[in-house]
Design a protein. Structure first.
Length: 314
């Protein structure tokens, strides 16, 4: 028996509409090495668990599920770090959540081949598309299609949206021996900036995965419905970014501060605190410079003549 080369990490919760496509895109991967699918069903209330059981019975050596009796995410437990990564046997880890899927049956093979040739690569990604709930392509995941080496600064500046999570492949050892700041928060941006800081990041030019948007009860949809929760989340991201900054000897301090200012800018704009946006460090930050003339006008009027905002319905 050959050793497992890649452990695929998958989280599923009420993904009954999508999980079959997700699993099919995984089990259909063509490789010259064994891989495993570590999937955690977080006490779904739909037919997600039923479909996962179907695949685990059909592919018992590949699909290795955990079925939670109580929802763990709602308890603040990180699914990947607690249930999937510790049992991973692979040399490399790949990510794909239960509502996303891969579009290239050679994805794993291509990434493993590359990482073996480039042992200094600690974050291997590729381009992806965004699809709607029906699987229709609605655009590229990123405005920029990368091809080749990417700097750690670019990854940090991009936040969690720098690359599609289901494009990531990384050495398992790095994520099994992750820094303490992962205990503060272990979202996509933390994983990406940590891995990028450990070596080199390389983006393959091929588009090999689909990231689904506007999924009901997704993290993004929940945050949009709860501005206070979103603000709490953003402030927590500052804590983990500063911990990362210290852990890396402040090597990436400028770009980290730039991201923090950007996030605070957006919170202030959301709250309608336009006076603060006309002061430093927000007045001349990149986020301010990138705003449209309409938004800039709204901020100026809101700060100087707030009563006019209602008059013009800006």
């Amino acid at each position: 028996m050959m050793d497992v080369e890649v452990s695929i990490l998958c989280m599923a919760y009420n993904h009954g509409k999508y999980i079959r496509q997700t699993l099919e895109s995984m089990v259909s991967q063509k490789t010259d090495f064994p891989f495993e699918i570590l999937i955690n069903d977080d006490a779904s209330t739909d037919n997600t668990a039923e479909i996962i059981r179907e695949y685990s019975e059909k592919y018992p050596d590949i699909v290795k599920p955990i079925f939670q009796k109580e929802n763990q995410y709602s308890k603040g437990i990180n699914i990947q770090n607690t249930f999937n990564i510790p049992r991973a046997q692979g040399k490399y880890l790949a990510y794909c959540e239960g509502d996303d899927y891969w579009t290239d049956e050679y994805k794993l093979q291509k990434q493993v081949d590359f990482m073996k040739k480039h042992p200094d690569c600690t974050l291997c990604i590729h381009n992806a598309v965004r699809v709607d709930t029906n699987g229709n392509v609605i655009g590229d995941f990123s405005k920029i299609k990368y091809d080749g080496e990417v700097s750690c600064e670019q990854v940090i500046a991009g936040g969690g949206g720098f690359c599609a999570t289901n494009s990531i492949m990384a050495p398992a050892e790095l994520l099994k021996n992750r820094p303490d700041y992962f205990d503060i928060m272990s979202y996509d941006f933390v994983i990406q900036m940590y891995l990028a800081s450990c070596g080199k990041t390389y983006c393959m030019p091929e588009t090999m995965s689909a990231y689904r948007v506007a999924v009901e009860n997704s993290w993004t949809s929940r945050m949009k419905k709860n501005p206070e929760k979103y603000k709490e989340h953003i402030l927590k991201t500052e804590t983990v970014r500063r911990a990362f900054d210290e852990c890396t000897g402040f090597k990436y301090h400028d770009v980290i501060e730039s991201v923090i200012v950007k996030n605070r800018y957006n919170i202030l704009y959301q709250e309608g605190n336009y006076k603060a946006l006309l002061k430093e460090p927000y007045k001349n930050c990149k986020e301010a410079q990138n705003k449209s003339w309409r938004v800039k006008t709204k901020i100026f009027i809101g700060a100087r003549f707030p009563f006019l905002l209602k008059l013009f319905r800006m």
